[in-house]
Ligand binder design. Structure first.
Ligand SMILES: [Zn+2]
Length: 303
């Protein structure tokens, strides 16, 4: 499942490729993918004619601002959920098996930021590109946000998000307050998007390992020093992974199809039975909050 570093990798790919392209229609192949408006047709009508200006990220949500011909700005939101992929491809490229939405784009000569030879074919005509959404498990969601309406009104999940871990809001004090007196395992708290936005299974396991904290330790049993260490390691693993283009274990790819390389340096995630990189003890896996938690029983003693 894509977590913050994977979504950030996609955001950077979208920012590098789509800015200055105008949506010229498209195709919704699975209506359920469109969370707002009610129909695929209304979604395409809302986006058509609008030009990508910038891509932002909040937690695991991708949010685009688009300039419309009438001078207003509308929005476009995407959540990849478990298996969603946003791919920047030639319109003529064969459709992937689980293609759900296609947004056809054309170069808007007035706004293209980085004109390059690649944008035209031999006859100097703009290449026909599209932004394609491929999603095997079909949990992915998209929203069109009409001009003048606040994003959380439409993308309601945004209302519940806690601080961005790579922003100044994610202080040790804020983290400590969110965890104080909670009688639930710290791993579950890290996966709670209201406590910190964007962390999922991979980076929760890695940050807990680096902090020497067992996944099952109750939040209320953590010392102030442990909370500070954990906060710092959450930031650290997310930054390291962004630098490597995220983690590819199954479905995640960047917008141009590249794999993330963080999996190669993960210390405990997906390494059940392998030696701990610090003490050589076998990494163990348990079920927690319906997910697998990986840890070293030696380096992460029971709390
Ligand atoms: Zn160890």
């Amino acid at each position: 499942m894509p977590e913050l570093p994977e979504v950030e990798t996609v955001r950077r790919g979208l920012e590098a490729n789509t800015i200055g392209y105008r949506i010229a229609g498209g195709e919704v192949l699975l209506d359920r993918t469109v969370a707002y408006p009610e129909t695929g047709a209304a979604f395409l009508a809302g986006l058509s004619g609008a030009t990508f200006r910038q891509w932002r990220r909040r937690g695991k949500y991708l949010l685009a601002d688009l300039d419309r011909a009438d001078g207003t700005v509308c929005g476009f939101g995407v959540h990849l959920r478990m298996t969603g992929q946003l791919l920047w491809c030639d319109r003529a490229a064969p459709l992937q098996k689980h293609t759900r939405v296609r947004l056809f784009v054309e170069l808007n000569p007035a706004t293209r930021v980085n004109p390059s030879e690649e944008d035209t074919d031999r006859n100097d005509r703009p290449l026909e590109r599209e932004l394609r959404f491929v999603d095997t498990r079909t949990f992915g969601q998209m929203w069109w946000i009409p001009a003048g309406i606040a994003e959380p009104e439409i993308v309601t999940g945004l209302r519940k998000l806690g601080p961005e871990p790579l922003s100044a809001e994610f202080t040790v004090a804020a983290f400590a307050t969110a965890l104080a007196h909670r009688k639930r395992p710290i791993k579950n708290a890290l996966l709670d998007q209201a406590i910190v936005a964007g962390v999922g299974n991979i980076y929760a396991d890695e940050a807990l390992f680096l902090s020497g904290i067992r996944s099952t330790t109750l939040c209320c049993d953590l010392t102030p020093a442990e909370i500070e260490r954990l906060r710092d390691n959450v930031v650290c693993v997310l930054k390291d992974s962004i630098a490597l283009g995220g983690t590819t274990f199954s479905d995640f790819v960047g917008v141009t199809g590249t794999n993330g390389r963080y999996g190669g340096i993960a210390r405990v995630y997906n390494r059940t039975g392998q030696p701990c990189p610090v003490c050589q003890t076998s990494i163990e896996r348990i079920r927690l909050a319906g997910r697998s938690a990986h840890f070293c029983p030696q380096c992460q003693p029971k709390g």
